[in-house]
Ligand binder design. Structure first.
Ligand code: SF4
Length: 468
């Protein structure tokens, strides 16, 4: 059996310095390659976008997007400033999908959801990034977002990550990428054992692990603590998150209206998770709700003609093209994306009686419960239940399952879910192969042709039933 070396001869610090010194074709002449690289690029991108939206908004786009992009610009500027002041001494936590966005800032961490960061890459950056990871032996046949997580951590273009936490929960490949990259740059690594069950015993089991992880972080990572003040901040951030969920649920009520007031592009847009503890997160959803409410009142929406069909979109999508616009031009509304706006998590830990029928005892339990209620983690039953409920709630006619190459969720529970919902609610499914960011693999023409053909068949079937 092949034995892998636990350590290399060079230190993590030396590897990061080497990565920063290696100039890649993506860099512009004179561009500085250091831990501020990603932030400087994002700052320029958001500054230009804010300017564009403020002066020349795209037709049909929600005005509240300006608020969102301003919040992102502010966030990026804060992170860049932290890099300029502290360099690699910034305490950074790269968590799995569901954890760390409230607990992290409450403890003094800068929480980096690297999968969300990859969503912010331009097509050129994504191309460069996938090549970078593959040259270092990372597999090319898994989800492209995940390949990009690895690059962001090891290429020296972000500050050094101090803590990586994993849970083999909702995105097992994301956990693998974090593990690979965390070892490479010498981060502290903590793995959670998250049970499939959703009950108080499971909450207490995860709580115990969270307390152990906090203890390890406080002892080993300068600049972080968990004391009374941190706990008060955590309680406040959890309240902010629940408030945002309140507005998302109200958006879901509006999205149920016909004609649909929300565009597929806006339904897909998820404000970056690292903002979820900030008041701007709530303001964005509140303003979106108020704007959509106005639209619903006047019958304004993304469709130019009558609504012939409406689709629920799962579980991810091509990032650089607009399949929603393609559907909308053909009379098909896309009021909801499985994890986006108008699809607020049904269970919001901390809402008392609603959660497991019991009050949670402390804010750490609320974080544990969040980890346990991740939408497509655990068994497929949870995902099926939630998507079935959305289909009923929003009067959905069909489901598009985006089969992202290499994703367990997209290629695993999707078929089980689609078949179940078709047999229970007579809602047809399209299973369509695609890639989020790898434009060499993603064939847009074939993708649209398949979408259009399926839509045509389904729309005719719906019309025939209406007339029967
Ligand atoms: S598409 Fe699948 S593999 Fe890719 S980030 Fe999402 S859950 Fe993970």
């Amino acid at each position: 059996m092949k034995r892998y070396q636990a350590t290399e001869k060079s230190t993590p610090g030396e590897r990061i310095a080497r990565a920063r010194a290696e100039r890649q074709p993506i860099d512009q002449p004179g561009e500085i390659v250091d831990g501020g690289w990603f932030w400087r690029r994002l700052r320029n991108k958001y500054a230009a976008r804010v300017e564009r939206i403020a002066t020349n908004p795209k037709r049909g786009m929600l005005r509240s997007n300006l608020l969102l992009y301003q919040a992102m610009l502010e966030y990026v500027e804060e992170e860049l400033q932290a890099w300029e002041e502290l360099g690699d001494d910034i305490p950074i936590w790269s968590p799995g999908a569901a954890l760390g966005y409230r607990l992290g800032p409450a403890m003094g961490f800068h929480t980096y959801p690297l999968d969300s960061f990859t969503d912010l890459m331009t097509p050129d950056e994504a191309r460069w990034s996938m090549d970078y990871a593959r040259k270092r032996g990372f597999p090319s046949d898994i989800c492209d977002r995940i390949q990009n997580i690895g690059t962001l951590m090891v290429s020296g273009r972000l500050p050094q990550i101090s803590l990586v936490t994993l849970e083999f929960n909702d995105c097992s490949q994301g956990a693998q990428a974090n593990l690979w990259a965390g070892r490479e740059v010498g981060s502290k690594i903590y793995t959670f054992d998250v049970p499939f069950e959703q009950d108080m015993e499971a909450v207490r089991y995860v709580e115990e692990q969270l307390r152990e992880m906090i203890d390890i972080a406080v002892k080993n990572i300068p600049g972080v603590k968990y004391d009374r003040e941190s706990e008060e901040r955590l309680i406040e951030y959890q309240r902010t998150y629940r408030e945002a969920m309140h507005w998302q649920r109200k958006i879901a009520e509006l999205a149920a209206q016909k004609p649909c007031p929300i565009s597929g592009r806006d339904a897909l847009r998820m404000p970056a998770r690292q903002l979820c503890w900030k008041p701007s997160f709530v303001e964005y959803f509140k303003e979106s709700y108020e704007e959509l409410s106005e639209r619903a009142g006047t019958g304004e929406g993304p469709l130019t003609g009558p609504e012939r069909f409406r689709v629920l979109w799962t579980a991810t999508a091509p990032f650089y093209t607009d399949p929603f616009g393609y559907l909308e031009e053909r009379g098909c509304a896309v009021p909801v994306y499985e994890e986006g706006t108008a699809c607020a998590t049904y269970y919001v830990p901390g809402e008392g009686e609603q959660y497991f029928g019991q009050e949670l005892e402390n804010p750490i339990q609320e974080e544990a419960a969040t980890l346990l209620s991740d939408h497509w983690a655990g068994t497929a039953e949870r995902r099926i239940w939630e998507v079935t409920m959305r289909c009923r709630q929003l009067g959905i006619d069909g489901i598009v399952h985006f089969e992202q190459g290499g994703c367990v969720t997209c290629n695993g529970s999707a078929r089980v879910m689609g078949e179940r919902i078709e047999s229970e609610l007579d809602i047809p499914s399209l299973y369509i192969r695609g890639w989020c960011q790898d434009l060499e693999k993603h064939d847009e023409q074939a993708f649209e042709a398949q979408l259009g053909e399926w839509l045509e068949i389904c729309t005719r079937r719906k019309e025939a039933r209406r007339q029967a």
